[in-house]
Write a protein of this length. Structure first.
Length: 252
């Protein structure tokens, strides 16, 4: 049952059985959400729309209830079994998410890495625009037509080779793109490896089936992630500088 009072506070009572499903999704208006209550048979089917001010009230109410019960609303738990394999270790400097403990420095570094990955994408698009004469939107559409980074970089390499650049600038572009490809490989190893806790440390198993050693394992540390992020930063600056050189050389 959902009840809304005159002061915009809300009470939500959901009684579930083995055949009840609760789903949550977005509405048409910005900030609007809806709650749908159905049974396995599809009936009854009730939907309640919550406008933004109601959502804020509901969020505040739930936060207060969690705080009074001694449960931090910032702490995310997962009792479904979908956790990183192995046992994490709780400590004075760890934070808990989904029932496991993580080094916050590692989580922060991963966030910075994702930002640097995005900025590298933007500068690769800028270089592609400079090489082809396309505007940013056109170059972005061509770049994002594939999600494969190797294919994206190979495309830019092929375009650069036919762009009529001087031998010096063409060589610098080729070197910069090769650098971008290598750091992307390091990032892929980290992000797409199989993560696990071993002896309290976060580790990643990296699979390279065609190598003599098909499986290698690395310890995921803040230092490692920051090193990769810094490599992305350096490559991004180089690509941005080269895109400006290409513009000057092509007279655009």
């Amino acid at each position: 049952m959902f009840a809304m009072a005159e002061d915009n506070t809300a009470d939500v009572f959901v009684e579930t059985t083995g055949s009840t499903v609760i789903t949550m999704g977005g509405g048409k208006k910005s900030g609007t959400v809806w709650l749908r209550h159905t049974t396995a048979e599809g009936l009854p089917n009730f939907r309640t729309t919550l406008e933004p001010d109601r959502v804020r009230s509901l969020h505040r109410m739930l936060g207060n209830a969690l705080a009074q019960s001694g449960i931090s609303p910032d702490r995310l738990r997962d009792d479904s079994g979908l956790k990183v394999p192995g046992d994490s270790v709780e400590g004075a400097k760890t934070v808990e998410y989904f029932g496991q403990h993580y080094d916050p420095a590692i989580l922060e570094a991963l966030g910075v890495l994702m930002v640097r990955v995005n900025l590298l994408d933007q500068n690769l698009v800028a270089l592609l625009a400079s090489l082809t004469g396309m505007n940013k939107e056109q170059a972005g559409a061509a770049y994002h037509a594939t999600m494969n980074m190797k294919a994206r970089i190979d495309l830019i390499c092929a375009v650069a080779a036919k762009a009529g650049l001087s031998e010096r600038v063409n060589g610098e572009v080729a070197d910069a793109l090769e650098r971008a490809k290598k750091i992307t490989g390091r990032r892929n190893d980290l992000v797409h490896g199989s993560w696990l806790f071993r002896k309290g440390k976060l580790r990643a198993e990296i699979y390279r089936p065609n190598n003599k050693t098909p499986v290698t394992e690395i310890t995921v540390t803040q230092k490692l992630i920051v090193e990769i992020a810094e490599s992305y930063q350096t490559a991004s600056i180089l690509l941005l500088t080269l895109s400006q050189q290409v513009q000057r050389e092509r007279g655009s």
